[in-house]
Design a protein around this ligand. Structure first.
Ligand SMILES: *Cc1c(COP(=O)(O)O)cnc(C)c1O
Length: 376
C-alpha cells in the first residue's frame, strides 16, 4: 500500500476495477536487486507487466530484459533498451520469430532441446545460446513444472550440439519456481550447473553464464524473506559450487520487481448466501479470474484484501468474480475472512497485484473490459 496510490485513487476516482502501479516501488526494487547482487545483471521478465512506463523506467536504470516473444522484444526496444540488453528467453519459438528477433539484433537465446538449437543455428548463425535445465519448483507457490528445461545430462548434449552447429554454447539457465519462499532453492540447480560447466570444459567447451531465473517473491498474506537473504544464499551457493571460477550471472525477476508495486481497486457487486442458515457469505467482486486475477487458480496466490471496514469482526467468505463461468471463483477451498459489516458497493483494495494481472485479463469475456491500468 503506498500513499501515492491512495492519493491517486482518492483524487482521480477512476471508474471500474483498475490496477494502479507506483513506479517509485519499481525503482526501489530494481535498486535493491542491483545492490544485493552487484555482479549480476538484471533481466526484467517483461511478461510480469509490460506497461511502457515500467519498461522505460527500467531501461533508464540500466536493466536488461527477458522477452518471450517478438512483440515483447519490440516493447523493450521501444522503451529504449538496445538489442544487446535483450534475451529471447522462451524455449519454445517459431523459426520465423527467431529470424525476426535476429533481424532486430537479438543475440542471446534460450533452448532446452536439440530441435530448438537447430532452428537457431539456421536463423541466427553464431548466436549465443543457454540451455535451460529442469528444476522441481519445490517451495514455490506458482511452480513452473516440467514444461521448460531438460535433465542436466541431456543439457550436455544440447549444448554440445549447439557448439557443433557453430553457435556459442554460452551457459545454463533454470527457474526455481515463481513466488519461491525458500532462499536455498537455488542450491541444487547451481550444483547441477557447475557440474555441467565442468563436463563441457572436458569436451573443450567453455560455458560463461548462469541464468538464475526469477522466483523472487512478492509479499502477499505471508511474510517473505528479504531480497538480501536470497542474494546471500545464492552468492554462497555460487562460491560453494564454482570455487574460484565464478561465472557471469544474470537474474530474471518478474514478480519480485513489480508485484508489490501495484494495487487493484475493485468493488463488491453482491453479497449473498445459498440458504438462509449458511454462515459463509458469497462475496462477488467486479473482478475475478478473467479480469486479471488468474493466479488465484488452485488458490495458489492469496492476495491481501483491504476494505474500508477493516478492524471490526470478520467471518469467512467465498470470494468470486462477476462472470458467468463457474471457474470464476477466487477462494472457496480456503475461504477468505472479510468484515461482517461489508456491504454491496464497498470498494476493496487488492494488494500485491502489480505482476501477472493486466496481461492475464481477458479481452471481453461476458463483455467485461480488460483490466485498466494506471502507472504513476
Ligand atoms: C516468468 C519467467 C521469469 C519471471 O519469474 P518470476 O518468478 O515472476 O520472477 C523469469 N524467467 C523466465 C524464463 C520466465 O519464464
Amino acid at each position: 500500500m503506498t500513499a501515492r496510490i491512495l492519493d491517486f485513487l482518492a483524487s482521480r476516482r477512476p471508474e471500474g476495477p483498475c490496477l494502479v502501479v507506483d513506479l517509485d516501488v519499481v525503482r526501489d526494487n530494481f535498486l535493491t536487486f542491483r545492490h544485493a547482487l552487484p555482479d549480476t545483471r538484471v533481466f526484467y521478465a517483461v511478461k510480469a507487466n509490460p506497461a511502457p512506463e515500467i519498461l522505460s523506467l527500467l531501461a533508464e536504470l540500466g536493466s536488461c530484459f527477458d522477452c518471450a516473444s517478438v512483440a515483447e522484444i519490440q516493447m523493450a526496444l521501444a522503451a529504449g533498451a538496445t538489442a544487446d540488453r535483450i534475451s529471447f528467453g522462451n524455449t519454445i519459438k517459431k523459426e520465423a520469430d527467431i529470424a525476426r528477433a535476429r533481424r532486430l539484433g537479438i543475440d542471446l537465446f534460450a533452448v532446452d532441446c536439440e530441435a530448438e538449437v537447430e532452428k537457431i543455428a539456421r536463423q541466427a548463425p553464431g548466436a549465443r545460446v543457454f540451455c535451460r535445465i529442469l528444476c522441481d519448483g519445490a517451495g514455490a507457490e506458482w511452480p513452473l513444472s516440467r514444461k521448460f528445461g531438460c535433465e542436466p545430462e541431456m543439457a550436455v548434449d544440447v549444448l554440445e550440439h549447439a557448439h557443433r552447429l557453430g553457435l556459442q554454447a554460452y551457459g545454463v539457465s533454470f527457474h526455481v519456481g515463481s513466488q519461491q519462499g525458500n532462499t536455498e532453492a537455488w542450491d541444487g540447480a547451481l550444483a547441477s550447473s557447475a557440474h555441467l560447466f565442468r563436463t563441457l570444459a572436458e569436451r573443450g567447451i567453455q560455458l560463461k553464464m548462469v541464468n538464475l531465473g526469477g522466483g523472487f517473491p512478492t509479499r502477499y498474506l505471508k511474510d517473505v524473506p528479504a531480497t538480501e537473504a536470497y542474494a546471500r544464499s545464492i552468492t554462497d551457493a555460487i562460491r560453494r559450487h564454482f570455487g574460484n571460477a565464478i561465472p557471469e550471472t544474470i537474474i530474471e525477476p518478474g514478480r519480485g520487481m513489480v508485484g508489490g508495486a501495484g494495487i487493484i481497486k475493485a468493488e463488491v457487486v453482491l453479497i449473498s448466501k445459498k440458504q438462509t442458515s449458511d454462515d459463509t457469505r458469497w462475496v462477488f467482486l467486479d473482478i475475478g479470474k478473467f479480469g486479471g486475477l488468474a493466479e488465484t487458480m488452485d488458490e495458489s496466490i492469496r492476495y491481501p484484501i483491504r476494505t474500508g471496514r477493516d478492524g471490526g469482526d470478520v467471518a469467512p467468505c467465498i470470494l468470486a468474480g462477476p462472470t458467468c463461468d463457474s471457474a470464476d471463483v477466487l477462494y472457496e477451498k480456503t475461504p477468505y475472512a472479510l468484515p461482517l459489516s461489508l456491504e454491496i458497493g464497498d470498494e476493496v483494495l487488492i494488494e500485491g497485484t502489480g505482476a501477472y494481472t493486466t496481461t492475464y485479463s481477458a479481452v471481453a469475456f461476458n463483455g467485461f473490459e480488460p483490466l485498466r491500468s494506471y502507472v504513476i
